[in-house]
Design a protein around this ligand. Sequence first.
Ligand SMILES: [Fe+2]
Ligand SMILES: [Fe+2]
Length: 285
Amino acid sequence: MRKIIHITDIHLVPEGQIVVGMDPRQRFEQVIQTINKRHADTDYCIISGDLTDRGDIESYLLLEHLLDNLEVPTGLMLGNHDNRAHFRTVLSGIPVDGAGFVQNVVDFGDLRIILLDTLDDENAGTGILCKHRLAWFSARLAEATSKRICVFMHHPPRSVGLPWFDNMMLEQTDGFWQLIDSNSNIEHIAFGHLHITTTGRWDRVSFSCNRGTCHRIALGFGKDSIEFVNSEPTFDIITISDTGVLIHHTAPIIEEDIIAREYSTADGKGRIELLCRDTRASMVE
Ligand SMILES: [Fe+2]
Ligand SMILES: [Fe+2]
């Protein structure tokens, strides 16, 4: 089994600044701490874009600094809030393709993870896979026809049924879907960008979107407005095994918030050990 962590939309800003009332750094650090403590056995962690809120050098320097504390191997991708030049200036060691797009593959035995760069430098909201990037994607698929493929990208390549987002997806998707349709070994597509958590299946390919570590958008089916919600940061743990692909949606665990532990017992009833005196009192009542 392979264990992949999907983090997205961390929207870092320079020290002392906030994003819609939230501190992106503090929220991302909660995720890092939980991964280090509870998921150190992760094979690979992917942060799928909107690494920063405004694409400034200072925020990428902050990202570089914070990543020093993340103890699992990590790949970085770009989103529409990012600036490719600034990203590459600071994080110069991150692999890029021959044309400088932040695209890469990571192989684990018979599993290939493909990270795509869908940042459209000309358009703030929508994503693009230009001819070059599409050709690169096609070549990486062609050399891995015997592998299982999992694709990561920032922008969703198809509607998830929420009208507000339908004009901020990947554009010109014909070439992308031709490759998906003609490569039956592609099993899963993971993306971010929407700030909403949703999973499902398009034809034979499953997909997952994590709402990220920064601002959550309230689920709604209207198209005139959206609401930002102050909720806990989240990330997904994707496990890929012989039986399929599983998405475990989760959030940081603050150790002081653990109120009880249950242990298995021979009679099957289990034994609960309460950890917090205040909680014990209220549960007795
Ligand atoms: Fe975002
Ligand atoms: Fe985005």
